[in-house]
Design a protein around this ligand. Structure first.
Ligand code: ZN
Length: 165
């Protein structure tokens, strides 16, 4: 297990557009594994490569702790409905804000074997896909939030709920 340093808001790399992955390499497979390790270690539900300083179109997501997704070169091809709720980000720790996202999305991408896959997500999975794909364009959720960021408030004796992306 290897953890990578998470980049925080204010770091220029979070504002750059990421490059497509043309072929899978050992180095990129290691990056993907490290991204999962880093995401789980930080109690996140999603992480995009630029958040660990790599400008590649790679995202990892696991919204329920048992369904890991690797999205290489993801493109959202369908959006349906809308959901409005709190969203957070591992690059803006301790903050949340209300963001409206589609309630369902269909995303075409490649998996770690560079095979074409289609991922359909509803609810939190749809929100996570939108949030992470935005990262690949240099967009942070605070840019699309409908209100200013506020501090996370966890009830005492609780680990909190939801997750950061
Ligand atoms: Zn994020």
């Amino acid at each position: 297990m290897a953890l990578r340093q998470i980049r925080y808001d204010g770091d220029d790399i979070l504002r750059k557009k990421c490059k497509e992955v043309k072929e899978m390499s050992e180095r990129t497979l290691t990056l993907i594994q490290d991204m999962f390790d880093t995401m789980y270690d930080a109690d996140g539900v999603g992480l995009a490569a630029p958040q660990v300083g790599v400008l590649k179109r790679i995202v990892v997501i696991d919204v329920d702790g048992e369904t890991p997704y690797v999205l290489v070169n993801p493109v959202i091809v369908e959006k349906e409905g809308q959901q409005t709720g709190d969203e957070g980000c591992l690059s803006l720790p301790g903050k949340v804000a209300v963001v409206t996202r589609p309630n369902r999305v269909v995303c075409k991408c490649l998996n770690a074997d560079m095979e074409e896959v289609t991922i359909e997500g509803e609810g939190l999975l749809a929100r996570a896909i939108c949030h992470e794909v935005d990262h690949l364009e240099g967009i942070l959720y605070k840019d699309v939030a409908s209100e200013p960021l506020r501090d996370v408030e966890y009830p005492e004796d609780s680990e909190g709920e939801g997750g950061s992306r």
